[in-house]
Every structure is written in C-alpha cells, then in structure tokens.
Design a protein around this ligand. Sequence first.
Ligand SMILES: [Zn+2]
Length: 304
Amino acid sequence: MRRIGRFAPSPTGLLHAGSLVAALASWLDVRARGPGARWLVRIEDADTERCLPGMGERILGQLAACGLLPDEAPAWQTSRTGLYQAALDHLVAEGLAYPCACSRKDIALALEAEGVRHRPNAERVYPGTCRSGLHGKPARSWRLACSSPRLAVRAAGLAWQDRRLGPQLQNVVREVGDFVLKRADGPWAYQLAVVVDDAQQGISDVVRGEDLADNTARQILLQRALGLPTPSYLHTPLVLGDNGQKLSKQNGAKPLSLDTPGDVLHALGAAAAVLGLPATDSQGLPEALAGWVAAWRDLYNPPP
Ligand SMILES: [Zn+2]
C-alpha cells in the first residue's frame, strides 16, 4: 500500500507555533516511511467567508522556508465542490442523508420540549425533527442520518484507534446526533469535505492536532456511509495559549518568524519539542530535519 500523508491548513491566517506542529508531524510521518511515501498539502478554503485572499500562497511560502515541500502541486478545496455535491447526492439517494428545515432556535425549543437540559458551550444534539420530512418548509441544511438502520449499530459505538492516544470510542448517535453536511446558503461542512478529499487523494495516514480528535468518529461514520476506506489516525499534542486553550489567532498566536535560517530552526525546534522529539544541535535545516525523521521513526513507529 502506498503511504500518503497530508497537511491541510485553512487560509484564515499565517502559520503559528501551533499549526507548525501539525505541519511538521505530518511531514515527518511521511518521510519516516522512506522513499515512495508522499506528502500532500491541501488548502482548506471551502469556508470562503473566513479565508483571506492570498493567504494560501503565503502559507505555502512559510512551509517552503521550513523545508517542508509537498510532493505534488497543492490542492485547493474550492476547486473540488463538485465532488462534495456528488457525495451528498449519493447519501441522499441511499437514504443516509436528509434535508432539515430547523434553525438553531427550532432545535433548542424542540430539545427543551423533550426536557433535555442544555449545558453552556455544549453542542446541541439534533433531536431528529426533520427525519420524517420537511412538511413544506424550505431546507436550511442536510444532515447525515446516523440512526438509519445501515449506520445505527456502528454509530452507537464507534471505536477507532489513535496511534498516540490509543483506543477511542464515541457514541455518535447520543453525543453528536445527525450532524450537518451542508448548509443551504453556505459552505460545505468540514466533516464531508475532509472525508471526500482524503479518499480522493488516497490519504492513508492522517496526522493532525488533537483538537480534531473528536471529529474522527463522525468522519469514520461518513467513510462507511460513502463506502470509502478509513485511514490511520495520529493526533498530535497541542500548543496551548495563555488561557490554557489551543493556541489560535483568537488567543494571541503570532505568525511564525522565519526571516533567517536561525529563526527557522528555532521555530521547528519548538514544534519538535511539542512532539517529544529531541533538541537538535544541527546548524543546517536538512540535517536537523533528517535527525527528527529518525527520532520520529523511533517514537511513533510508523508501519512501512
Ligand atoms: Zn430539522
């Protein structure tokens, strides 16, 4: 089996110390498998409202400065929306997805009527109002029918293995519910786009930040619904901001400073440390990266 990994940044801002960890980890995982393995970069610009013009190119420039060069021309999600529509059409035709007319308020009221208490900041679990049809109302979104007979057993106890975190289990029906695949007036949902893209690009190994770990069960369920293979998963440690949350632009992450070779080694060294890799005494970028490839092989033992 050909091993293919990827880094998939959103062009909403420049890379910072947190996003470099995911970039470096996914690159190391591919390089640790030796020749023939391929590392791809996919610019996740499907959520066009949040994306900044020219930012994808600037991120690619930052990666190049760090010696992280993709093995193929980068893919851009906005050029792939036909694939997402075909996947959604397939799910609807199979009875595995359905349109939903509910607003956020409708969902909150339906749950309240059922006596479901809402915890602040928790995602509301969709109560299934539109499973039986729209009753003349316009569709606001399309949802995956998690509790349809073909998905329910798996969705209710979705077990998967993370290469760093170990065995994982999520009850998608109870903890997430029928999740959104597309909004009628807006972008494609991350879950559908990432599953379609990973399969179409032949991604065998997903390496990404731990904040995305709890999306994985939903993505595996979608892979099953679409008859697509499931890649291996490794979720990396996160860099935390001053508030203890994942480092992001919103909590003060600064763009990487990559102006000099010393800056580049410093930024990569910090990312390597987050991944549990040793400090480098190399003065040159290629030597430092080669040292981390060997250390990655020892630590994360990627299957060949
Ligand atoms: Zn609904």
